[in-house]
Design a protein around this ligand. Sequence first.
Ligand SMILES: CC(C)(COP(=O)(O)OP(=O)(O)OC[C@H]1O[C@@H](n2cnc3c(N)ncnc32)[C@H](O)[C@@H]1OP(=O)(O)O)[C@@H](O)C(=O)NCCC(=O)NCCS
Length: 158
Amino acid sequence: MIKFRFIAPNGPDYAAERMLRWEVLRKPLGMPPGSEKLPEEDQSFHLIASIGKKIVGCVCFFPETETNGRIFQMAVSEEYQGRGLGRQLFQTLERSLIKQGVRDVYLYVRSESEGFYQRMGYSGEGDLINRFGEMYRLMKKAFPQSSQQEIFPTYKEA
Ligand SMILES: CC(C)(COP(=O)(O)OP(=O)(O)OC[C@H]1O[C@@H](n2cnc3c(N)ncnc32)[C@H](O)[C@@H]1OP(=O)(O)O)[C@@H](O)C(=O)NCCC(=O)NCCS
């Protein structure tokens, strides 16, 4: 069974989350371990998908204001890609953000992954941008305004 939960940056599952991000997002680009670490991630929310003790997916959100922020480092382990896990993980994050009153989100996506984010309701803006030698596109989505105001999820380590 797949479980989704927010973890604390620097908590017990953080190293495994970082390893997944490196393997899926950076290793294929020839970048070394550690290159997946981004300055804003200590102030970000980290959602993971796990099956048993294995972390099989992750995604981060950096709140820039109370109602706006950036999604980043979305990764599904290779063996689970194409099986609907990315959709479940992403929609779990979105539901949580909507409950907290977030209205606008954006992210930079690799051109080969654009189709996934289009499926999730995101629209591309502007030209492709070169980062790490890869082409990325800015994509955005506006959530419907929610009357439910909840605080950001408290970190729970299972
Ligand atoms: C991109 C990624 C997060 C998608 O997760 P996933 O679990 O493989 O995707 P899902 O199986 O949940 O797919 C959901 C839908 O998106 C589509 N989709 C998935 N990846 C796609 C892609 N790269 N291009 C076009 N469509 C894609 C699926 O066909 C499915 O469509 P449906 O609505 O017809 O069912 C995952 O494949 C991944 O981690 N890839 C490598 C790293 C990466 O590129 N991360 C994003 C960096 S910007």
